[in-house]
Design a protein around this ligand. Structure first.
Ligand SMILES: O=C(O)CCC(=O)C(=O)O
Ligand SMILES: [Fe+2]
Length: 151
């Protein structure tokens, strides 16, 4: 992905806030920071990556599969400064035709079931039809998958 440096001396949005809906994302960037992660208090935190490091983002599908044991962060890219930013992303997907189902071991009295089983490909089809109908925007600031299969 290429993010152009802002034209004026101001901050611009590279990618608006979102959760990745896949299992896991692995990111690598040139030495231009810009990725921000929202913490549990709703504050945006810069990431200052050392050269040659990777960042791993938990996707909503993994969060759902683990019954919420790991959370999937809202993140965004904000551009500042006078250099273009490049990032490489490996987005691990989920094969269609298989149900993503919370394992029984993760459900008990203290940890009630939070998510119904879902076929990820069906979810993606449903979500793009909602975008096509104009019901939701593709970059909508919502946890799309968690909303889709919440109990
Ligand atoms: O470029 C980045 O660092 C993040 C991009 C991203 O969040 C995405 O493509 O889902
Ligand atoms: Fe993302």
């Amino acid at each position: 992905m290429k993010y152009e440096k802002p034209k004026a001396n101001e901050q611009t949005i590279g990618v608006p806030p979102h959760c990745d809906s896949n299992m896991m994302t692995l990111l690598y960037q040139n030495e231009v920071n810009g990725l921000e992660i929202q913490n549990k208090d709703g504050e945006w935190m810069n990431t200052k990556l050392s050269p040659n490091s990777f960042i791993v983002i938990i996707g909503e599908c993994l969060c759902v599969w683990l019954n919420g044991r790991l959370s999937s962060p809202y993140h965004r890219v904000m551009m500042m400064g006078d250099e273009d930013r490049y990032s490489l992303g490996l987005f691990s997907g989920v094969r269609g035709g298989y149900m993503v189902k919370v394992p029984a071991e993760l459900v008990d009295d203290k940890n009630p079931l939070l998510f119904k089983p879902h076929d990820h490909e069906e979810f993606l089809k449903y979500f793009s039809s909602e975008v096509a109908k104009g019901v939701v925007k593709s970059g909508a600031v919502i946890s799309r998958l968690k909303t889709y299969c919440a109990v």
